[in-house]
Design a protein around this ligand. Structure first.
Ligand code: XIL
Length: 356
């Protein structure tokens, strides 16, 4: 956003601050927010990564988007640009343009990059979905894909989500093309090939719904424990944290889960947090306050639990979010509103980062 708009916004919030009690991240904290620095300043001061998913279209077209991103975050992850469909649209064609632009933006602004992702059951290219491949053919395709993409960015990606969402909601491996044609060893192979292509990149298994202690997180734990025992080069688990005001995981359960993953010698990143409010109770202000509390709780757990090294949100402004809303129930899952004004969730995340 332009300096002038930023100043106007902050002044407005300073006025508002005169008349509010202080809850986590209430708008009344704007003065404090500005005095204590951006989320990025607070994260850097304690050697932590605070990041957001980035979409190529607004990054190219919207200055306010770019300015907010570089002011507030020291890590980015491409929201779609590195997925197999977009980056490998034809068997022998790779399309690196959008992902290259995001990586260059990050490097020009001193930000780290998470790579997302190498193997997933969604956003696959048509030629894989429609192809009838043998096990050997699909193994070769996967190897070529991982080697080409990871080598292309060698030395420039701090952590890769190598395999995304391989476990279904029942806790069993998802019966997608990778499992049905190759078998369960596609996972170990994917990590080995990624490690060969960029030995310094940290390699993650990333999934949703397994943030707290439940059947899904037990299945993730069992999978990555087995990988460690087999000597597969895995460094961490990404907990996506797409949550809603209804039924969020408890902070204690998330802490216990992070600790047991850490005991395997693995790191944790919170990789994709957003908080849906459309199903919450109360007024809009009440929903935004409850949302802020969840951002505070989850960030605090990550910050105080040693294996957790990074906290990323899936976008940062409600102007661009993948969360869809039914008619009449608009949503607002992120830290900034559509005009890039601070939401209570922004203040709450800053509160968590400022606490020691
Ligand atoms: C989503 C993107 O945000 C959307 O733009 C896209 O249409 C679908 O994918 N878990 C993941 C992410 O690992 O890659 C997904 O991103 C959100 C859920």
């Amino acid at each position: 956003m332009s300096k002038v708009r930023y100043v106007i916004l902050v002044s407005l919030m300073v006025v508002l601050s005169a008349c509010g009690t202080v809850l986590h991240g209430s708008a009344g904290r704007a003065t404090e927010i500005v005095e204590r620095g951006s989320l990025r300043d607070l994260a850097v001061a304690r050697g932590f990564y605070i990041g957001a998913a980035v979409a190529f279209a607004p990054l190219s077209a919207n200055e306010e988007y770019r300015d907010t991103l570089k002011r507030e975050f020291n890590m980015v992850v491409p929201e779609n640009a590195m997925k197999m469909g977009p980056i490998h649209p034809q068997p022998t064609t790779y399309s690196f343009g959008a992902a290259d632009a995001i990586v260059k933006f990050a490097e020009a602004n001193g930000m780290k990059v998470r790579g997302h992702n190498l193997v997933w059951h969604e956003q696959m290219p048509e030629w894989i979905k429609g192809g009838k491949f043998t096990r050997d053919e699909l193994l070769n395709i996967l190897h070529d894909h991982i080697k080409t993409v990871v080598e292309h960015y060698k030395g420039r990606i701090l952590a890769w989500d190598v395999v995304n969402e391989a476990i279904g909601d029942s806790g069993a491996l998802r019966n997608d093309v990778w499992l049905s044609v190759i078998g369960p060893d596609y996972i170990d192979n994917a990590f080995r090939w990624a490690h060969e292509a960029d030995p310094k990149a940290k390699l993650f298994y990333n999934d949703y719904g397994g943030e707290g202690m439940n059947g899904k997180s037990n299945a993730i734990y069992t999978l990555v424990k087995g990988m460690k025992e087999r000597g597969v080069p895995i460094d961490g688990v990404g907990l996506q944290m797409h949550i809603s005001l209804n039924n969020p995981p408890s902070a204690d359960a998330v802490q216990a889960n992070i600790e047991r993953i850490g005991a395997l010698g693995l790191q944790v990143h919170i990789t994709e947090m957003d908080v849906k409010i459309q199903d919450g109770a109360g007024t809009l202000d009440e929903k935004l306050a409850a949302q802020a509390q969840l951002y505070y709780d989850m960030a605090s757990v990550c910050l105080k639990t040693d294996p957790c090294k990074a906290f990323l949100t899936w976008g940062f402004t409600d102007q661009y979010t993948w969360i869809t809303s039914p008619p009449g129930r608009p949503d607002a899952p992120l830290l900034f509103d559509k005009t890039y004004a601070f939401k209570p969730a922004y203040g709450a995340l800053g509160d968590a980062l400022a606490e020691r």
